[in-house]
Write a protein that binds this ligand. Structure first.
Ligand SMILES: *Cc1c(COP(=O)(O)O)cnc(C)c1O
Length: 447
């Protein structure tokens, strides 16, 4: 038969449908899904020259049904050691946050005041804890730090000018560019200083009757070294506060506890900016360790204006996020509890002995594997310079790329790194209970 003849000879959808029904495939997946799978299998056969799939039509339809029925957001084993891996969902959540999200999934007290038996505010859940933990007078949560910044700028600075240092006009990633955010927020950007040096008098010289405030942005991944200076929040406060103008501080990763003792320095502490009187914007799913959200913290009067802005309604988080965020914040009432219960903080402050113990456990199970001193990265733009010593597991292989692919395509997917002809596993981002399964997968992937 010629290729064209074979194509013409493909079975009709209805014939395959009858056959599939006869073996019960419509019961498990429903009529529409089954017809869709049959069409896809036929399309694929047509583009492959029109022959029957290996293993027969029914097997091909069944495997197509299984493929499209699997969830696409699945758990991944993060063996990279990058704690805040944006592609892998940033912060893994604390158990307490997860439990709260499940509790809130049905009907819940989102906007209902149980004591009064009347309507409440969704903003109240996280507000009291934010006040207690950061010292802020007031707080609002939105969907992420990017939307928080748009909201704050629109509420406080639209129709006027916002002064920003040239050294802080950064792109954070994912097309988040400070000049564009300002433009979209309706505020006119007034650039001051230079890329490497900006002084308080540069801000002072830019003040005009149209000034609505200053924006300070933590540079995250971008570093300026050598001959450089930037103006601190406290200095900015000395200039702007007497003029009743707000200082908006995008601190980025939301560090709420001091991690100096673990060699993690250089990220602004939320409480410090709050104490200086700034309106602080931060991400909730970076160092803070919560679900994806953005927090706005600061003086009550400014927060009132922010809460009344229409964007506050447009960017409001859902009940599950608010539940997870609120319970993550509750853990911060005691910093020791926060470091123990919040996975991001637990991983960042993990003892070298614990990392070594985990690495050695894997080495025991995988012949040919050895431990190696190495470094983990914080990720998410936080502590870009930090040196986090770790003990890696190195598994030499002639084809590390192929092993990496087998690890990735298995269930659950394992994401690791390679270097110098070896697979590298960083135990920092693993769970204790995954070590044995990981070892088995490494052994199988090496074959
Ligand atoms: C990550 C980051 C953001 C964006 O945070 P999202 O919560 O992802 O929107 C904004 N500003 C800074 C300084 C950041 O580091």
């Amino acid at each position: 038969m010629s290729r064209e003849d074979r194509r013409a000879a493909l079975p009709a959808v209805n014939r395959l449908l009858d056959e599939a029904r006869a073996v019960g495939l419509d019961n498990s997946h429903g009529h529409n899904v089954l017809v869709g799978a049959i069409r896809d299998v036929l399309d694929r056969a047509r583009s492959h020259g029109g022959s029957e799939p290996e293993g027969g039509w029914m097997a091909a339809i069944q495997s197509e049904l299984e493929r499209t029925s699997r969830p696409s957001l699945v758990r991944v084993i993060n063996a990279t050691g990058v704690v805040l891996h944006t592609n892998l969902g940033r912060a893994p959540l604390a158990q307490r946050a997860l439990d709260a999200m499940q509790e809130a999934a049905g009907y819940c007290t989102l906007e209902y005041d149980i004591d009064a038996g009347e309507r409440g505010s969704r903003h109240d859940h996280v507000r009291a804890l934010c006040r207690e933990v950061t010292g802020a007078e007031d707080a609002v949560a939105v969907n992420n730090a990017a939307s928080a910044l748009v909201l704050v700028l629109n509420a406080l600075a639209a129709g006027g000018e916002t002064i920003v240092s040239r050294g802080e006009l950064v792109e954070i990633g994912g097309a988040f560019r400070i000049p564009e955010i300002l433009a979209k927020s309706g505020s006119v950007l007034v650039e001051v200083g230079t890329t490497n040096r900006t002084r308080l008098r540069d801000y002072e010289a830019a003040l005009s009757p149209r000034t609505r405030g200053a924006l300070k942005v933590h540079r995250s991944n971008f570093q300026v070294r050598g001959f450089e200076s930037e103006v601190s929040i406290a200095e900015l406060a000395s200039l702007f506060t007497p003029r009743a103008l707000p200082i908006i501080h995008d601190v980025g990763s939301g560090l709420l506890v001091d991690l100096d003792a673990w060699g993690l320095r250089g990220e602004p502490l939320v409480a410090d900016s709050v104490a200086a009187g700034a309106v602080v914007v931060c991400s909730a799913d970076k160092l803070l360790g919560g679900p994806q959200a953005g927090l706005i913290l600061g003086p009550a009067g400014r927060l009132d204006r922010i809460r009344r802005n229409p964007f506050a309604r447009a960017f409001r988080p859902d009940k599950m996020v608010l539940a997870g965020l609120t319970e993550t914040m509750r853990l911060y009432r005691d910093p020791t509890v926060a470091r123990r219960e919040i996975p991001v903080l637990r991983m960042l402050t993990m003892e070298p002995a614990e990392l070594r113990r985990r690495a050695e456990r894997i080495v025991q199970l995988v012949a040919g594997a050895r431990t190696e001193e190495g470094q983990s990265a914080v990720g998410g733009g936080a502590f870009p310079e930090a040196y986090l010593p770790t003990t890696l597991v190195a598994i030499p292989s002639p084809h590390p790329g192929a092993v990496l692919e087998r690890l990735r395509l298995g269930t659950p997917p394992i994401v690791a790194r390679t270097a110098d002809g070896a697979i590298l596993i960083d135990p920092r981002t693993l769970q204790d209970e995954d070590l044995e399964m990981l070892a088995e997968r490494l052994i199988a992937a090496r074959q």
